[in-house]
Design a protein. Structure first.
Length: 510
């Protein structure tokens, strides 16, 4: 178990790294920052040569893979962090310094368990992309197919585990303060992140996720997933078909190629809604570096290490919440929050509906570029605090992905209105899934399944209450207080009890 001094040392080292790259300058200058935090930020940069322009990407890259994941999310939200920082953070998506071929070559052979020459006719030594946990090389298989070969960086598991260990410790210290920090449940949030990471570090599970998503998205022709080469895939090496496309982060290239960017933004939103609401299984790392525009206008996604799942009940709630916000039915949105248990029952539904109206009405009909997203988030945070709403870790991936998708769609089309774009799909899904015909069909299916279980239920009852045998029922026995003794008296009591039983048996026998 890691000691407390080690955790403190890591946190101080990370803070020093952020301060040295100028990443804490905004905290120092923000008048709302607590004085103690401001003094700590100044102390951490003491004696350092802080650059005039903060280098956020370099700072998070120096902190390791876990911090890089945070930076990738922030890169999609220039409206939150600013155009300059967001552009700087784009480098974290797939432009990290790669490991040399001398390190990757043995990693591929070790991961595959056989020489590279036996499965690949050729692999380019220079990677086409390097991210936080892996890098990708272009290759040609022995049967002549062009593929992408993704290999985990050696030692990445150890780095992740170290960071998560300290995150858990820091979260426990914060939660112990109680109040607002306890309501946000940082320990449960970090535990959820820990599970995401564990899945992302197993490339065979990533391959399975890609295959499952491809099947789920067959009804969405404008969104595609690369095929998996299962014979060349293990827990540390993933091989997929090669994708020729333009990354959605390269706006200039998209325009030059003649792509309809507003249409592409709508396709992206539509694809996400189908994944999250209709299928309940969604790509949870949809930043610009993981999305490509194909020559025929389709969008292709890569990197399926982090996937999210939502059960049907939660999807119904989500769809009704979105539709309620689209149609300004704040009362229904409030009721769903109470039905889902997101708001404690001692609060008033009407008051919560009024609070939602105060946030939703100023945004109606506006393009994303015209919204004050920072003010909106502040208002939503105040609502969660005023109505004692706890953080819902099972929805964190969904919230994170919605932030990413909105950011990418806005970069493609600054004039997009996400409410209007989402309305037709959400309305259609609610009609199909929650309309009268769907309700009757669900009831019929539920009743048939219940009748099908009746024979097994009867068998279970017979096993629990068998037919009486030949022996008569035992007479009721009165309760007798049991004396609990200790030490040597225990052995005397056992001996006396044994002797009494022996005498009784003798008498009964005569």
């Amino acid at each position: 178990m890691t000691s407390t001094p080690t955790h403190l040392w890591r946190l101080m080292k990370w803070g020093r790294t952020l301060a040295r790259h100028g990443a804490l300058r905004g905290i120092e200058r923000d008048p709302s920052t607590p004085p103690g935090v401001r003094r700590a930020a100044r102390l951490l940069r003491f004696g350092a040569r802080v650059p005039a322009v903060p280098r956020y990407a370099e700072a998070l890259q120096a902190l390791g893979p876990a911090a890089i994941k945070l930076g990738q999310t922030l890169a999609t939200r220039p409206d939150l962090v600013g155009e300059g920082p967001a552009h700087d953070l784009l480098a974290l998506q797939d432009a990290l310094p790669p490991l040399p071929w001398s390190v990757i070559h043995p990693a591929i052979e070790s991961g595959l368990g056989r020489p590279i020459e036996s499965v690949f006719a050729e692999i380019e030594e220079t990677p086409v992309g390097a991210a936080s946990i892996a890098q990708v090389h272009r290759g040609i298989t022995t049967d002549g197919r062009t593929v992408a070969v993704k290999v985990l960086r050696p030692g990445v598991e150890y780095e992740f585990n170290q960071a998560i260990d300290t995150y858990e410790w820091a979260a426990a210290q914060l939660e112990a303060y109680g109040g607002e920090l306890k309501r946000l449940r940082p320990r449960l949030v970090i535990e959820t992140m820990k599970r995401w990471t564990a899945r992302e570090l197993d490339l065979r599970r990533e391959a399975a996720s890609a295959s499952e998503l491809a099947e789920a998205m067959q009804a969405e022709p404008d969104f595609t997933v690369p095929g998996i080469d299962w014979q060349r895939t293990t827990s540390r090496v993933l091989t997929t078909e090669w994708i020729d496309g333009i990354k959605l982060s390269n706006r200039a290239a998209l325009v030059e190629a003649g792509h309809d960017l507003p249409a592409m933004a709508r396709k992206l939103v539509q694809a996400f809604l189908r994944q999250a609401i209709a299928e309940g299984f969604f790509h949870a790392d949809m930043h610009q570096g993981n999305l490509f525009a194909l020559p025929d206008g389709r969008i292709c996604a890569i990197d399926f290490g982090i996937m999210g799942r939502i059960d049907r009940r939660a999807r119904v709630w989500l769809a009704e919440i979105l539709y309620g916000l689209i149609t300004a039915n704040y009362r229904r949105v409030a009721e769903i929050h109470f039905e889902a248990g997101y708001v404690p029952a001692h609060h008033n539904v009407a008051e919560f509906a009024t609070a939602l109206r105060a946030v939703g009405e100023p945004m109606r009909g506006l393009a994303v570029k015209d919204m004050s997203v920072g003010m909106m988030l502040e208002s939503l945070f105040n609502i969660t605090r005023d109505f004692d709403m706890q953080t819902q870790p099972h929805l964190l991936l969904l919230q994170k992905t919605m932030v990413m998708v909105e950011g990418v769609a806005t970069a493609l089309d600054p004039n997009i209105n996400l409410w209007e774009t989402a309305a037709p799909f959400v309305r259609g899904w609610i009609r199909d899934e929650l309309g009268p015909e769907a309700a009757v069909a669900d009831r019929i299916v539920t009743d048939l399944r219940t009748f099908a279980r009746l024979p097994q239920l009867i068998r279970n009852l017979e096993a629990r209450y068998p037919t009486p045998g030949g022996a008569p029922p035992a007479p009721p026995l009165r309760e007798i207080e049991v004396i609990r003794v200790r030490g040597g008296w225990r052995y005397m009591a056992v001996a006396a009890t044994s002797a009494a039983i022996a005498v009784a048996a003798t008498l009964l026998a005569t």
